[in-house]
Design a protein. Structure first.
Ligand SMILES: *Cc1c(COP(=O)(O)O)cnc(C)c1O
Length: 690
């Protein structure tokens, strides 16, 4: 095979995003464009000059490297000793995984935050474990926005047109090379969509796109922006995702046994699955619902009300009446599926309710969130005590090969590439500290090369560096640390023990509260006493996240309990030995509970998990707890050095975090739980599976 074709194979399989040696190969081809294209190997290869290419192809060591990377990708794709095949053998089984966003690589900006990154990590781990799974989502012409901060510190959103022909996606075509085009009813219009495919290791992801000339102008733009429109746009998108997504699978000849809805956005898939059974297989409404239910899995992701879609009955009528008339479901039957109390005429249609009522397996994303979700949705099961409400939990995780630094990964991996987290306990303190400082240096380099507000004065590896990066949703309280500005200023400006803070994150375009938090931080960063001590990095994305969770010393997280269903950035941090200081919410409450309470083993708890009536009191108590932790524990420990300049106790905590938390909070662990408890369960009732 020609080297050029091998390079293309490597570029079009996103496996390079968790294979550092392949990514280094692309960087070697043209490091400047590798950066400029946001790590897009397809665009990189398009841009490469003939001269550079000739030169590379004449270089034997380069050609050897390409061959090596290509061989190892082939071996990965063809392996038949995966976790799934060893445990379940070869069988006719697959899972369809639906999500409105996927955070896989920074050159595909079709994610907004944790939900999307989780979905991306889900696909990557499914690939590594050999789980037969196919992803379904939407391809947004303008993606999620790029963030710019203006003079006043106010967030501006930019929506560039993305040319997906120059990304690692391919358009799905039929045998004769024609695009595969599907159709879906959107109110009275027939809307067409094309399908793009991403290769994620062994897993395929299909993305539906209505940006076709054949479509009328307003419908062409259904898939223009992620979370960009009003609720009318939202229902259009969700019809394409749910109903269109099932049709896309069928056009591709795919009939998965299990359907996993990552959040309620895709819940209309229930209707299309029922339509198939009623219209094509002659089942009754009840039979169809029961079959769908027994093979649907639903994961709810947030206790925040705005995170759940509610549609007016008028919208539902306009968009779905004619569709359901055709399949013999009455409008009342449809409404009943989306209402807690079907007879309540004032109740809106809720996608979460639709998903809960049509899935036999429901779960929250941490132990605490499972309980909170049972409470939140208990009125759907009025006859059950709250602890029996059928919503379980599978705690989220992160894809270790994506998030773990390559230096740590090399140390912890055996010859087969499996990570043994306990190995860190044998690593020399000095080596670990040196590796950490190198990652911090790389972070600083990134910060200096990126557009940012607030110049860090003497940003060096020697200053204790705190990171805070996530969506600027108000419950995450990005400015809690500034509750007492004077106190904070004194802490940051201590000449012996200086501290600096890096912020990054986007607010939803319509979330003015979130934008105000960004503005406050940006404005403070521009003047004394915070000048040179805090910086805000624009346009948070996967690349910035990777650097921050590897290169900071402390990862700060202070959501209002119990609003953070899980949180995942802290997991990325802890597996890299970046120590968490967090309120006892989401995954951290669970990590804390499973450890020796009160020990300073692997990080710090802010407060004691108590929830106060008054938000002011809550903020007061928890901000004071942060200052106290900083002054009494974190800062002294960080600056407590031996004669070689090593903070021994700190390094010990890094090792505890890596060995204790690393193995528990991966998507490999998470996927195994989904397979064992949700995907491969015995469904003998309806003889669908096993
Ligand atoms: C991990 C990640 C998130 C989620 O972080 P949380 O701490 O769960 O809010 C959001 N955005 C990006 C880019 C990430 O990598």
């Amino acid at each position: 095979m020609e080297i050029r074709n091998k390079l293309n194979d490597l570029a079009y399989n996103l496996k390079w995003s968790w294979t550092p040696s392949t990514a280094e190969l692309f960087s070697h081809i043209d490091s400047e464009n590798w950066q400029k294209t946001k790590h897009n190997p397809v665009l990189l290869l398009k841009k490469i000059s003939d001269e550079r290419l000739r030169m590379l192809l004449a270089d034997k060591s380069f050609v050897d490297r390409v061959n090596q990377e290509h061989d190892s990708l082939q071996r990965y794709l063809e392996a038949n000793n995966t976790w799934f095949s060893e445990n379940y053998g070869a069988r006719d089984f697959s899972v369809a995984y639906f999500s409105a966003e996927f955070g896989l690589v920074e050159c595909l900006p079709i994610y907004s935050g944790g939900l999307g990154v989780l979905a991306g990590d889900h696909l990557k781990s499914a690939s590594d474990l050999g789980i037969p799974l196919v992803g379904v989502g939407l391809l947004y012409k303008n993606g999620y926005f790029f963030q710019k901060i203006d003079e006043n510190g106010w967030q501006q959103e930019e929506y560039p047109d993305i040319n997906y022909l120059h990304t690692p996606l391919t358009l799905v075509t039929d045998m004769s090379g024609n695009r595969v085009i599907g159709e879906v009813d959107v109110a009275d219009a027939v809307v067409k969509f094309q399908i793009w495919k991403a290769r994620v290791g062994r897993v395929d992801l299909y993305l539906l796109d209505t940006n076709l000339e054949e479509n009328q102008a307003p419908y062409r733009d259904i898939t223009d922006k992620l979370y960009g429109g009003d609720s009318e746009k939202r229902i259009q998108q969700e019809i394409v995702l749910g109903i269109g997504g099932i049709r896309a699978l069928r056009m591709l000849g795919l009939y998965p046994q299990v359907y996993h809805m990552n959040e309620g956005h895709s819940a209309f898939l229930v209707l299309e699955r029922m339509r198939e059974m009623i219209q094509d297989m002659g089942k009754s409404f009840e039979e169809a619902l029961e079959t769908v239910r027994s093979t649907n899995v639903f994961t709810t992701h947030t206790p925040v009300a705005a995170g759940h879609d509610y549609f007016s009955i008028d919208l539902i009528e306009r968009y779905l009446q004619s569709y359901i008339n055709k399949l013999g479901i009455s409008f009342e039957q449809l409404l009943a599926l989306g209402r807690k109390r079907p007879e309540d005429e004032n109740e809106l249609f809720c996608m979460t309710v639709l998903a809960l009522k049509s899935s036999s397996k429901n779960n929250g994303v941490s132990k605490l969130h499972g309980r909170v979700s049972q409470e939140m949705w208990r009125s759907l099961w009025p006859e059950l005590p709250v602890e029996d409400v059928p919503i379980g939990y599978v705690t989220n995780g992160v894809h270790a090969p994506t998030w773990l630094s390559s230096s740590l990964r090399d140390i912890l991996s055996d010859s087969e590439g499996n990570i043994d987290w306990q190995k860190i306990l044998e690593v020399d303190d000095e080596l670990l500290w040196r590796l950490h400082k190198e990652l911090k240096r790389q972070l600083i380099e990134l910060v200096n090369s990126r557009s940012k507000i607030g110049k860090l004065g003497n940003l060096t590896e020697d200053v204790l560096t705190i990171g805070f990066a996530r969506r600027f949703a108000t419950y995450k309280r990005a400015t809690l640390l500034f509750s007492d500005e004077e106190k904070l200023a004194a802490i940051l400006n201590n000449p012996q023990h200086p501290v600096q803070i890096l912020f990054s994150g986007k607010a939803h375009p319509r979330d003015n509260g979130g934008k105000e938090l960004i503005q406050k931080i940006v404005q403070l960063s521009k003047r004394e006493p915070f000048l040179g001590k805090i910086a805000f990095i624009e346009d948070y994305d996967l690349e910035i996240a990777r650097h921050l969770v590897r290169g900071c010393d402390v990862w700060l997280n202070n959501p209002v309990r119990p609003m953070e269903a899980s949180g995942t950035s802290g997991m990325k941090a802890s597996m890299n030995g970046v120590l968490n200081a967090s309120t006892l919410d989401g995954w951290w409450a669970e990590a804390w509970e499973s450890s020796n309470k009160g020990s300073d083993g692997f990080g710090w708890a802010i407060g004691d998990g108590k929830v106060y009536e008054s938000p002011e009191v809550q903020n007061e108590v928890e901000s004071r707890a942060i200052y106290e932790l900083l002054e009494a524990s974190i800062i002294p420990l960080f600056y407590d050095r031996d004669e070689k300049g090593i903070p021994r106790k700190w390094v010990k905590m890094m090792k505890e975090a890596i060995s204790g938390l690393g193995p528990k909070f991966t998507t490999d662990r998470m996927l195994k739980e989904y397979v064992e408890g949700f995907y491969m369960v015995d469904r003998t009732d309806d003889k669908i599976l096993v």
